[in-house]
Design a protein around this ligand. Structure first.
Ligand SMILES: [Zn+2]
Length: 256
């Protein structure tokens, strides 16, 4: 039987198959895995990069501003009746609720920029939260103690595991390591979940109105301050995401 070229019988069945096959060819497994890893890295490190960028962008020296971050922090604390809370220079900006100290990085302590002023107002706001007995801040402080305890327990368990493993070959040891690891991770997640509302309150309910109503910044600088304050509030979220990597470290420890 002769077939005309182009008739149905003549057409090989591959076009239909190849539609599915083409997808598999364009997206082979290694590429999908690489994309997945890339997405994870972006998710974990992206926010931190965003925070740093927002801080850097507005860290330009502004001689027209009335003072440095450190000077503003001191001024605001005195004004708020917290003369006994010192302002110190430290590697990273934070408020230490245990020592009751506002700590600013050298750039923000001595810098005269929108970033320096906004970060100073943010950290001072934590001192005000503390003085007001902010419920979430206090819960976070208490929980931080618990996390420290779990961290010490985890360090002891993981450090002694190889030794104990030689003496007793027991799945109970593995279960203990796993339990400590999961407890550590969960407690950190809870601390970070409590932290975000505290951070948003410090940035937007306290620091921004202080900068605006106290006229410490020109209205034209407020959008920049707002972006720095947003970055300051999400610094913790960004670092919380990075601690996800602790999970991979944990897995590594458990396997070797
Ligand atoms: Zn903060």
């Amino acid at each position: 039987m002769t077939r005309l070229p182009g008739s149905r019988d003549d057409a090989p069945p591959w076009p239909l198959l190849s539609r599915r096959g083409r997808g598999a060819y364009l997206w082979p497994m290694p590429i999908l895995i690489a994309l997945g890893v890339l997405a994870l890295v972006a998710l974990v490190f992206g926010p931190q990069a965003w925070v740093r960028r927002a801080m850097r962008r507005h860290a330009v020296e502004r001689p027209d501003l009335p003072g440095t971050g450190g000077e503003l922090a001191r001024h605001l604390l005195d004004l708020g009746g917290l003369k006994d809370v010192p302002v110190e220079i430290a590697p990273a900006d934070h408020y230490d609720p245990l020592a009751r100290v506002v700590r600013l990085s050298p750039d923000n302590h001595d810098g005269r920029s929108v970033t320096a002023v906004a970060v100073a107002a943010h950290e001072v706001s934590h001192a005000f939260q503390h003085a007001d007995g902010d419920r979430l801040l206090m819960a976070r402080v208490r929980l931080a103690h618990v996390v420290r305890g779990i961290e010490i327990a985890a360090a002891v368990v993981f450090a002694s595991a190889p030794l104990i493993g030689v003496l007793v070959k027991s799945p109970a040891l593995f279960a203990l390591q796993l339990a400590v690891g999961v407890a550590l991770l969960l407690s950190r997640v809870v601390v970070h979940a409590l932290t975000l509302p505290v951070e948003l309150d410090a940035s937007f309910r306290r620091a921004l109105p202080i900068l605006d109503q106290g006229r410490y910044l020109d209205p034209a600088d407020l959008p920049a301050a707002r972006s720095v304050l947003r970055a300051a509030a999400y610094t913790y979220v960004a670092s919380a995401l990075v601690t996800v990597l602790d999970l991979t470290r944990l897995v590594r420890i458990l396997r070797f």
